[in-house]
Every structure is written in structure tokens, then in C-alpha cells.
Design a protein around this ligand. Structure first.
Ligand code: UDX
Length: 437
């Protein structure tokens, strides 16, 4: 089987590389020549564990790269659309790239094709893509059959390869058995391993993606609210979360309080769901509150720093971790950015260290007056407050004896509850966690 992936971003690259690992011939296409040239040389544009290894292993054999749309369409039976769908000012998704790709597929179509929406797109986009392709084919006087399928991804950054190879479920939204059977061939190995398949119509598949992400975001905002309440009533949110999670109906995951969710999906998808709600005249009130709680949680993280330091003016704050979560160099919607901006507004100096995201930070925020450091300890030297924002593994075993010696003022704000409060206080630090005293 041959597949093409249009759009070699995070999702597209993982999809193409992992399918090639499963023995499928995969051609990845992007209009960004520099990116494609680098990939041809084995240079991977993002940090994602295990991804480089499978790209290197399969490149030139089962995995190929191109900038030619014509080649990508001619090559494949199944064409994945994995282009970006940025958020517009009003919260809705900008689908310009999706429709542009759909039109190009129609222009180059030479036989029956299955067009798969992998990008997260609002309900009814599958239908609109079908209409768009149909209109171009009619205009061009072509009479090819084609099918449109919705196949949302549930990849978590930092474990995307594992998630693709062994997902919790595969969702396929299609309007006929022919397309469904072809998609089952694409995911033959995962299905053989017993991964559950949810085969449904296109609109349901589109909705599953938004409902899943909005629900997970709800869990995060919910536990953040509980943490804020726990702090005011001498309760420990970690024990509350553990006990909640032991109830099978609730489950233990996504109940860690923190500075609010970030990343490329939760912020965007929750806003898009409200945007869809406006179009279909039903506003999801819970999701709207989830977004608001998340916004406030970032401000609350900053207030904690302010409270712990009393005065920020002319002080030095160390920020450990920049990415929105560990094991990724992705800074999109990262709480660290908002927190740093607020600290700078308070006229304090900021020293930062992150194991993987500092070069992205320098490129994306070149004007932020922050000092980049070589490791956690050089970032903490002379500091008046250490703020742990992203729970990278290497921040989980800091040497507090050593830190005590090198900081200016021993204050530790642990936005991820990595440490036990009493233990850190025993080193002479003032300690502030999330939802615990
Ligand atoms: C998410 C979904 O999990 C994935 O299925 C979807 O396809 C893309 O979006 P990702 O954005 O990679 O994946 O990150 P995820 O691990 O889900 O975390 C999202 C955010 O929630 C992060 O900012 C994380 O720090 C935060 N989070 C998560 C918490 O604050 N507490 C938790 O308990 C879990």
C-alpha cells in the first residue's frame, strides 16, 4: 500500500514515519523546501523521542520526502491531509490550508483516491472538503471517484511515536465500506494487535477529537480549581486527586494541578469547540469555564511567585522549564511564556534553563530580555526565587544543599508539585506548591 501525507508538521511527520515503520510506502509532502531538504538529509525539525530513529531507519526505503503535490497525489491510494489549522482571533479554526490542499488533490487526481482528514477540523469540514473536490473535478471535466475520511489523531507530544504505534483507539469516520476497508488496511498492524476500532460517520469522528481534548482539559481545569480551594482549607490536593482517581469512574490521569494546560491542542481545541457552538447555536458552558479557569491559573502562578518574594523589583527569578510540558521542545501556549512576561513587567531579571527548548525560545521570542543558562545550577546562581514550571526529569532530583549555597534568597515555587514541601523547607527554603501547604 502507498500513502501520502500532505503537511510535514508534528502530526504529519509522525504519521508518515510510523506507517513506513509498519511497511507501508509513505511519501511526505510539504511546500517548505528547506524543511524537506533537511529531512532528506536526516535532520528532524522537532524534538520528539524515538522519531529521529524511525525516520533514519526508513528514509530512502519505505519513507520519502517531496515538495511536489503532483507526485504526492499520483503516488498514493490514501492521501492524509495533516496541515495546520491555526486559531483565528474569534477562536474558530482557519481552514485555508486544508481547502487549498483539497483543491490541489482534485487538480492532480488521476484515479480513485481516499482523502483522509488528519488535521483537527470542525464538524462538517469533511463534508465541505468533499464538496470542494467534487466542484473542482466537475470544472476540470474529470470523472474520478473519491472518498473523504475523518481519522483524528490522539498523539501526545513527548510520546507521539508510542501513541501512534500502540494507540488507545483508532477512530475512522467514513461514508462507505470501501473507504473503511482501505483504512483498516492502513492500520492493519495496530488492529491486529487488538487496538479497538471506532468506525463511524465523518461528523461523529470529527466531534470525538474535540470532545476528548475538551474533556481532558476539563479534568485539568477541574483539579486546578480543587487545588486552589485546598490551599484555602488546609487540604492536600495530591491526596484528594489520588483518592478521586481510585474511583474507576474518574480514573487517576490528568488530575495533576499546575500552572494550566498549554500545547498545540487543548487551548486551540477548547476555543474551537466554543466556536463550533456559536455556529450550531449551542454554547458549551462547561468548556467556556474550562478556558477561563486556565487563563486565571496562569495569573495565579504569577501571584504565587509575587507572594513568595514579596518584592520583585530589581530581583532575580530563575525559571526552570520553558516547554509546555516535558519531553518536547514545543513552546506553543506554554505557561512559562506568560509567567516570564509577567515577571519582566514587574522589573525583575529572569534567568532560564530548559533541556530542549532554549533554541526555539531564542528564535520565537528574540526580544525577551532573559538570560539563557547552561544548566539548572547556573540558572539558579544568585537567584531570589526558583520557579519550577516544567517538570523535566532532570528537575526532579535537584541538589538542594548545593542550591542553598548558590542562591541569593532561598525561595522555591514548585508549580508542578514535584517535591515534598516539608523536605524542601528542611533545607531552609521557603516553599510554595500548588494546592498544598
Ligand atoms: C494532547 C492530548 O493528550 C492528545 O491526545 C491530543 O492529540 C493532543 O493534545 P499534548 O498537547 O501533547 O496532547 O499534551 P498532554 O500530555 O495532553 O498535556 C496537555 C497539557 O495539560 C500540558 O500543558 C500539561 O502540562 C497539562 N496537564 C496534563 C496538567 O496540567 N495536568 C495533568 O494532569 C495533565
Amino acid at each position: 500500500m502507498n500513502i501520502s501525507v500532505i503537511g510535514v508538521g508534528y502530526v504529519g511527520l509522525v504519521t508518515g514515519a510510523c506507517l513506513s515503520e509498519f511497511g507501508i510506502n509513505a511519501l511526505c509532502m510539504d511546500i517548505d523546501e528547506e524543511k524537506i531538504n533537511k529531512l532528506k538529509k536526516g535532520i528532524i525539525p522537532i524534538y520528539e523521542p524515538d522519531l529521529a530513529a524511525i525516520v533514519h531507519k526508513n528514509s530512502g526505503d519505505k519513507l520519502h520526502f517531496t515538495t511536489s503535490m503532483e507526485e504526492a497525489v499520483a503516488f498514493a491510494d490514501v492521501i492524509f491531509i495533516a496541515v495546520d489549522t491555526p486559531t483565528r482571533e474569534d477562536g474558530t479554526s482557519d481552514l485555508t490550508h486544508v481547502f487549498e490542499v483539497a483543491r490541489n488533490i482534485a487538480l492532480y487526481m488521476n484515479e480513485y483516491k481516499i482523502i483522509v482528514n488528519k488535521s483537527t477540523v470542525p464538524v462538517f469540514t469533511g463534508q465541505k472538503v468533499r464538496e470542494e473536490i467534487k466542484a473542482i473535478l466537475a470544472k476540470e471535466g474529470k470523472n474520478f471517484e473519491f472518498d473523504v475520511v475523518s481519522n483524528p489523531e490522539f498523539l501526545q507530544e513527548g510520546s507521539a511515536v508510542k501513541n501512534f504505534i500502540c494507540p488507545d483507539r483508532i477512530v475512522i469516520g467514513s461514508s462507505n465500506d470501501k473507504a473503511l476497508e482501505a483504512m483498516k488496511k492502513v492500520y492493519y498492524i495496530q488492529l491486529l494487535q487488538g487496538v479497538p476500532l471506532v468506525a463511524t460517520n465523518i461528523e461523529t469522528a470529527e466531534m470525538i477529537k474535540y470532545a476528548s481534548n475538551a474533556f481532558l482539559a476539563t479534568k485539568v481545569s477541574f483539579i486546578n480549581e480543587m487545588a486552589n480551594m485546598c490551599e484555602r482549607c488546609n487540604a492536600d490536593v495530591l491526596t484528594v486527586a489520588r483518592a478521586m482517581g481510585l474511583d474507576d469512574r474518574i480514573g487517576p490521569r490528568f488530575l495533576q494541578p499546575g500552572p494550566g494546560y498549554g500545547g498545540s491542542c487543548f487551548p486551540k481545541d477548547t476555543k474551537a469547540l466554543v466556536g463550533i457552538g456559536k455556529k450550531i447555536r449551542y454554547i458549551p458552558k462547561i468548556v467556556k469555564s474550562v478556558i477561563e479557569v486556565n487563563r486565571l491559573q496562569r495569573l495565579l502562578a504569577y501571584s504565587k511567585i509575587k507572594k513568595a518574594m514579596k518584592k520583585l523589583d530589581n530581583k532575580t527569578v530563575t525559571v526552570l522549564g520553558l516547554s509546555f510540558k516535558p519531553e518536547t521542545d514545543d513552546l506553543r501556549e506554554s505557561p512559562a511564556i506568560d509567567i516570564i512576561e509577567k515577571i519582566l513587567e514587574s522589573n525583575a531579571r529572569v534567568k532560564v534553563y530548559d533541556p530542549k527548548s532554549m533554541s526555539n525560545m531564542k528564535t520565537n521570542y528574540p526580544l525577551l530580555p532573559i538570560a539563557y543558562c547552561e544548566d539548572a545550577y547556573s540558572a539558579c546562581a544568585g537567584s531570589d526565587c526558583i520557579v519550577l514550571v516544567t517538570d523535566w526529569k532532570e528537575f526532579k532530583s535537584l541538589d538542594f544543599e548545593k542550591l542553598k549555597e548558590i542562591v541569593q534568597t532561598p525561595v522555591f515555587v514548585d508549580l508542578r508539585n514535584v517535591y515534598e514541601p516539608e523536605e524542601i523547607r528542611s533545607f531552609g527554603f521557603r516553599y510554595e506548591g500548588m494546592g498544598r501547604k
